[in-house]
Design a protein around this ligand. Structure first.
Ligand SMILES: *[C@@H]1O[C@H](CO)[C@@H](O)[C@H](O)[C@H]1NC(C)=O
Ligand SMILES: *[C@@H]1O[C@H](CO)[C@@H](O)[C@H](O)[C@H]1NC(C)=O
Ligand SMILES: *[C@@H]1O[C@H](CO)[C@@H](O)[C@H](O)[C@H]1NC(C)=O
Length: 456
């Protein structure tokens, strides 16, 4: 016991000295002469401020990211009413009479952000990393909301307060929280472009706009602007995966795939900019995965999805049923998910809380990139290693098999694409038949017994 306390104290002293000897990114930016080389970036999404957030922040701090990127649902700001099929407040079914999600007051939003910001693990991270970010629906203020949401102006201010955006920042005057950052010295620069997929977004199923006119013009300028070795585009919703094409009509997720014209425009913009080394990071879906699409630009595009820091699909069901979710994740077809031997599960999805990691090894030629999804203790549950030369249109010799990730989910044969819905209908049918049979047996036994009793 005494030994334990001593080593904890020694460790604390060691950490303090390490922290004191490394300047924070803000201090480095002020020095300006030679921007610090960035080789470790972490990112995450979907953090319920009222849920315990240990030990995941410790795992993130242990990774020692130089930059941490929030990808949305940084808090859960809206109020979620319970599932109710019957009663005075019915939140689901065709007869529902009240919305399941409602926005909360400004005071409540401020209080939620306060809880998130003062979380001990997150405070430790803010001490050692530059923290930047964008938002998704729940911190924007309402589940699945878009441009119609009335509190977007107020909530933009609260979100930028949470991120310590300076008061004079132009980001406080524009419509939406999109922003771009460039880190690192000349020739080894990493550009991070954070999109706002909420403020200007048209309704789902409209095939309208996600970004809106002004943000498109800004993005075009950013992509055609000064060169960077690596360009990371952060989008709260998934860019490459269009899971809805295979989970519909059972359920739908938000994604760029649901806005096919916008998605095409994004790919064309990247392709026309002739910019190499572009990839996406995303959140939102409550599981982690790495996807890849090979036929949008002249080189493979990756989308590393990490979701969420506290919210995860497996947490909503008892652990003895996790294997069912893992089976369904494996069973649902995908054309873009990277399946390799580095996955914890056969499905190559991860349904427990997780964060994302980007590591760059600048010292090898070609420069090596590693994308990872990591669990709450920092354990790697999925990873992909690639190189900058493979993310370049001019250098890449597409290998055999590289065109594996070229087809869309909607182009899968009907039986494959709909197999989740078919399985679901089959299970429902079996359950109904079994119930009818049981009912039949019980009734005939009762009738028999009744007759027998009468005779006796
Ligand atoms: C967040 O966590 C609290 C406390 O566990 C819980 O009551 C609430 O329903 C959670 N919210 C969401 C959106 O999961
Ligand atoms: C953050 O750093 C400050 C000093 O730089 C220190 O006082 C504070 O305790 C640190 N907070 C955490 C949570 O590590
Ligand atoms: C994504 O799936 C939806 C729903 O099935 C479909 O309407 C849309 O066209 C798909 N998008 C792409 C890019 O395939």
């Amino acid at each position: 016991m005494a030994m334990g306390v001593t080593s904890v104290v020694l460790l604390a002293i060691a950490i303090t000295f390490t922290l004191m000897s490394t300047a924070t990114p803000q201090q480095q930016q002020q020095q300006q002469e030679q921007p610090h080389l960035i080789s470790r970036i972490a990112f995450g999404s979907c953090a319920n401020q009222s849920s315990p957030q240990v030990p995941i922040w410790d795992a993130i701090v242990d990774f020692k990211p130089q930059v941490f990127i929030w990808l949305g649902d940084n808090i859960y700001g809206d109020i979620r009413r319970p599932f109710r099929l019957f009663g005075t407040q019915r939140t689901i079914g065709p007869w529902k009479n009240v919305p399941r999600f409602v926005p909360s007051s400004e005071d409540q939003m401020i209080s939620n952000y306060h809880i998130a910001k003062t979380n001990h693990g997150y405070s430790r991270l803010r001490n050692i990393s530059k923290v930047i970010g964008t938002w998704d629906d729940h911190d924007y203020g309402l589940n699945d909301a878009g441009k119609e949401f009335p509190h977007k102006h107020t909530n933009q201010r609260l979100m930028l307060d949470f991120l310590d955006e300076p008061h004079h920042s132009p980001r406080r005057k524009q419509a939406g929280v999109y922003a771009s950052y460039t880190f690192g010295p000349q020739g080894r620069q990493i550009k991070v472009i954070l999109l706002d997929t909420r403020y200007h977004r048209d309704p789902l199923r409209s095939d309208g706009t996600i970004l809106g006119t002004a943000q498109w013009a800004w993005l075009e300028k950013e992509l055609n602007g000064g060169p960077s070795a690596i360009t990371i585009i952060g989008s709260s919703i998934q860019v490459l995966s269009n899971l809805s094409a295979c989970t519909g009509p059972l359920f739908y997720l938000e994604s760029w795939g649901r806005f096919p014209s916008e998605r095409k425009r994004l790919f064309n913009l990247i392709s026309d900019s002739k910019r190499d080394g572009v990839f996406f990071i995303s959140g939102d879906v409550h599981f982690g995965e790495i996807t890849r699409f090979d036929c949008a630009t002249g080189y493979p595009l990756y989308d590393i999805t990490s979701s969420g820091l506290t919210q995860a699909v497996e947490k909503v069901i008892p652990s003895f049923l996790h294997f069912v979710l893992q089976f369904l994740a494996w069973f649902t077809p995908t054309t873009v998910r990277v399946m390799n031997n580095n996955c914890k599960h056969k499905s190559c999805t991860y349904g427990q809380p997780n964060f994302g990691v980007i590591e760059v090894d600048w010292d090898v030629n070609p420069v090596r990139l590693r994308f990872e999804v990591r669990g709450v203790s920092g354990e790697v549950v999925h990873s992909v290693t690639t190189s900058l030369s493979e993310l370049g249109a001019r250098n890449i010799q597409m290998k055999a098999g590289d065109h594996k990730h070229c087809s869309l989910e909607v182009d899968l044969p009907w039986l494959v694409r709909r197999r989740l819905a078919i399985l679901f209908s089959f299970v429902v049918a079996v359950v109904i038949v079994v119930q009818v049979v049981i009912l039949y047996v019980v009734i005939s036994l009762m009738v028999k017994c009744h007759r027998k009793c009468k005779r006796d």
